[in-house]
Write a protein that binds this ligand. Structure first.
Ligand code: NAD
Length: 368
């Protein structure tokens, strides 16, 4: 089988980390008698520089004709880059919102998993004298809510006033809730739905519909949690969570918090899914302009995003497992990019420091 991948390398470290993910993907596919063909398109700052817009309609058409999208990261230094002098709808991030909407990518899955080998990177105190051990996944609604509702700024009685609108309908809530319950069925069968139902109507509807959907999944338990409490619980006791289901803005904030407690943003993949098997796979981090072009970025989040792609879009479980196992083996062999080096100098001395491309080589070499 040949899979057709739309590849968006993007800006900053994007091209470096996507090259390593492609290397690992090609290795694992060759091992199982499959292959990938790549259609490269521009998005973000590189597209602004070439076409004057962060994402062209032609690029979206190319993506639609592929089986999945593998994406690096887009954007530049938001203080110094000329891209951020443009109006908001022409900046790099507008490309992200446009592609999510155009491809109907309504479900964003972000695992936050603490590798035993990296437990020292976790900023949380040990629990009962033991290193932390958590494994949760955030299911965030991606195409509704405050980020897509009507907004405007106007003068009201001489005072500048800005309005953003938070809108969700029951269908949008139902489909993302089903995604979360489906994910839970493949894991520890526990959904925590996060909202602000003590204040917001959208949250009260969210709670009602989520409860209805839970009736379709009798094996999965459902808890509701207010978003402010969830923010606390994530740093107090992340072990309690399996699947966290939430709306767009809460998910944006909480998923960054969840990634931070693993101590290493360079490790965390993500998948954005639609109603078919098509999906867009990208690391959770940004384009890291501060280290771009130095071949020192950690490519593991992008490599693990490629693994999610094989699992969710192509049902290639064995190949996805092989990538994850190779990453684990690479870490247990002490191979580290700078961002995941132990802070302790003695421990760091026993590790093997590698560049971005060497990390890709190391994972590819450990694919079974
Ligand atoms: P960032 O995630 O790019 O970087 C934050 C810090 O983490 C930096 O110190 C960076 O060097 C480090 N870092 C990130 N990824 C790393 C990796 N793989 N290996 C090693 N270190 C890594 O966040 P930022 O600096 O706030 O944003 C930079 C740009 O990225 C901005 O333009 C922002 O809008 C954009 N961004 C894009 C996406 C996306 O493409 N989906 C997501 C978030 C931010």
């Amino acid at each position: 089988m040949t899979i057709k991948i739309c590849r968006i390398s993007g800006d900053g470290i994007g091209p470096e980390i996507v090259a390593e993910a492609s290397k690992v993907l090609d290795t694992v596919l060759a091992g199982s008698g499959n292959s990938a063909v790549y259609q490269d398109v521009l998005m973000g700052g590189c597209s602004i520089d070439k076409y004057g817009v962060p994402l062209t309609d032609e690029a979206i058409d190319t993506a639609r004709k592929c089986d999945a999208v593998l994406q690096g990261s887009i954007g530049g230094n938001t203080t110094t880059s000329p891209w951020y002098k443009l109006p908001p709808e022409k900046r790099p991030e507008a490309g992200l919102l446009k592609i999510r909407k155009a491809l109907g990518l309504y479900a964003n899955l972000r695992p936050a998993y603490l590798y035993g080998e990296l437990s020292e990177s976790c900023p949380l105190a040990e629990k009962n004298g033991e290193p932390r051990k958590f494994d949760l996944i955030m299911v965030r609604e991606l195409t509704g809510g405050l980020y897509f509702g009507a907004r405007h700024t106007e003068e009201v009685n001489g005072i500048l006033t800005a309005t953003d609108t938070d809108v969700y309908n029951e269908n949008e809530i139902r489909r993302i809730a089903r995604t979360a319950f489906d994910v839970a069925m493949k894991r520890r069968k526990k959904v925590t739905s996060v909202d602000k139902a003590n204040v917001l109507d959208t949250s009260r509807l969210w709670r009602k519909i989520t409860k209805e959907v839970s009736a379709e999944y009798p094996e999965v338990s459902l808890d509701n949690m207010l978003v402010d409490n969830c923010a606390m619980q994530l740093v107090r006791d992340p072990e309690q969570f399996d699947v966290i289901l939430t709306e767009n803005m809460f998910g944006d904030i909480l998923s960054d918090e969840a990634s931070m407690i693993t101590g290493s943003i360079g490790m965390l993949p993500s998948a954005s899914l639609c109603e078919t098997s098509f999906g867009l796979y990208e690391p959770s981090h940004g384009s890291a302009p501060d280290i771009a072009g130095k071949n020192i970025a950690n490519p593991l989040a992008t490599i693990l995003s490629a693994s999610m792609m094989l699992r969710y879009s192509f049902n290639m479980t064995k190949e996805a497992d092989a990538i994850e196992e190779a990453v684990r083996k690479t870490l247990s062999d002490g191979i580290r990019t700078t961002d995941i080096m132990p802070a302790d100098k003695v421990k760091a001395a026993s590790m093997k420091p590698v560049s971005c491309s060497e990390m890709g080589d190391a994972v590819a070499a450990r694919i079974k």
